[in-house]
Design a protein around this ligand. Structure first.
Ligand code: CP
Length: 353
């Protein structure tokens, strides 16, 4: 693995190796104090973050490496109009690995075309968040011994939730997983993810009510309604507060249920759930640091590529997704891929018309 852009690109063998490394780091952190000694991580956060930014920074520091970067692009030459390609070419001249979060779908893939060092997608708009998926899988495997055979309810904003899309990509690597997709119709899973579910024959059921399915679940994965992704504020007002998990609602749940959440939460898990032993979301966030240590100990130590393949601008179908990085960075080549038999943009996965 050279870059981590989309969890769908990670093989089961690669994930098993990363998880084994994360377990080893959790169990014997003293063995990894120098795993990234002398290595430098660039941390480019074009969007707010608490967990992903700080867990990557602490992961690198705990491995003996160092970190530089920004959490506000207006403090970089982006504010003067520098494009992403030039920023990435510069940063990859200084760093051994790049961690980046942006509001633009496909931006990490775009960066990977120009970087001399590995690029890690720390969240690209409402598209993907593969290191959150590493966090989620680590939690399930550490606390339940595996993912195979689990019945998982994913609740909330399935349309805009990048953690949801990445988690579903991961489910194709396990056996016997069943999904309940719990959302209002307005926030249902997008078509490119539905095509993925069909292509990989992952059993799933769409439901709008949370309480009726709680007793079936081994994992309940709650998510926030993603206010920042709504074009229409009135639509957010209609959807906010639609699901609120309370201690009372958990009375009919299995005793071994895992209540997970990528965080931050707004109101979708009442604070009275926090002390329930089934609530593991804060533990989950800590596992994320160890999972990211495993990833950095691999990618930050990869050899630098002094030359990268030239990227032809070329001509081809134009992506019309307004959130796609190709809308912002006009020099990007019109790369395509096939998802579920449909021709899609290779940056944001949306179908090309
Ligand atoms: N889970 C997650 O991505 O949290 P942050 O936005 O705080 O990084």
């Amino acid at each position: 693995m050279r870059h981590l852009i989309d969890f769908g690109d990670v093989t089961r063998e690669e994930w098993d190796a990363l998880y084994a490394q994360a377990q080893s780091i959790m169990d014997r952190p003293e063995d990894y104090l120098d795993a990234c000694r002398g290595k430098v991580c660039a941390s480019l956060f074009y969007e707010p973050s608490t967990r992903t930014n700080f867990s990557f920074q602490t992961a690198m520091l705990r491995l003996g490496g160092t970190v530089f970067g920004f959490d506000n692009p207006m403090n970089s030459s982006t504010a003067k109009g520098e494009n992403l390609k030039d920023t990435i070419k510069m940063v990859s001249a200084y760093a051994d690995v790049i961690v980046m979060r942006t509001p633009w779908e496909g931006a990490a893939k775009a960066a990977s075309l120009y970087a001399h060092v590995p690029v890690i997608n720390a969240g690209d708009g409402g598209h993907m968040h593969p290191t959150q998926t590493m966090t989620d899988l680590t939690t399930m495997q550490r606390l339940r011994g595996g993912v195979d055979g689990l019945t998982i309810g994913i609740c909330g904003d399935l349309k805009n939730g990048r953690t949801v899309h990445s988690l579903i990509k991961a489910m194709a690597k396990f056996q016997g997983v069943r999904l309940y997709l719990i959302s209002p119709r307005e926030l249902a899973l997008p078509e490119y993810m539905r095509a993925f579910l069909r292509q990989h024959r992952i059993p799933h059921l769409d439901v709008t009510g949370l309480e009726a399915v709680i007793p079936q679940l081994d994992v309940l994965y709650m998510t926030r309604i993603q206010r920042e992704r709504f074009e229409d504020p009135a639509a957010y007002e209609r959807c906010k507060g639609i699901y609120i998990l309370t201690r009372h609602k958990l009375e009919r749940a299995k005793p071994e249920l895992l209540v997970m959440h990528p965080l931050p939460r707004v109101d979708e898990i009442h604070v009275d759930v926090d002390d329930d032993p089934r609530a593991v979301y804060f533990q989950q966030a800590r596992y994320g640091m160890f999972a990211r240590m495993a990833l950095l100990s691999d990618l930050a130590n990869q050899p630098r590529q002094e030359t990268v393949e030239p990227v032809e601008i070329g001509a081809g179908p134009v992506c019309h997704n307004p959130a796609c990085i190709t809308q912002r960075e006009g020099y990007l080549p019109p790369l395509t891929k096939v998802n579920g038999g449909r021709l899609c943009c290779a940056f944001c996965d949306k179908e090309l018309s």
